[in-house]
Design a protein around this ligand. Structure first.
Ligand SMILES: [Zn+2]
Length: 106
């Protein structure tokens, strides 16, 4: 299997949820929301912002490799790969979301 392209770019919002990352099968590209990375850097640490990027890429790569996998399994995998753990990942996802009330989607 070839490797996907990785982009860190402004994804804006997706409905009422804050879109933190996405996989686009058409272009075979994983996009990580640059705004979310900046928000996490501001609210947490630069190191955690970098871990978030690792986690988001791992998450989208897992979706790409296992299209039938559910969100829980995918998030569990990405939390383990990034070394964040699920509890801290949730804190970062909330920090990365546009508004505290918006449901973060990775
Ligand atoms: Zn997902």
């Amino acid at each position: 299997m070839s490797e996907p392209r990785i982009e860190i770019t402004d994804l804006g919002t997706w409905g009422t949820a804050a879109l933190l990352a996405e996989y686009d099968p058409q272009g075979d590209v994983i996009r990580v929301n640059a705004r979310a990375v900046e928000r996490i850097r501001a609210a947490c640490t630069a190191a955690e912002a970098a871990q978030f990027v690792t986690c988001a890429i791992a998450h989208e790569r897992y979706h790409r490799a296992h299209p039938a996998a559910g969100e829980h399994e995918t998030r569990h995998h990405a939390a383990a790969v990034s070394g964040l753990g699920e509890e801290r990942l949730l804190v970062l996802l909330r920090a990365g979301a546009r508004a505290p009330s918006a449901a973060p989607h990775l």
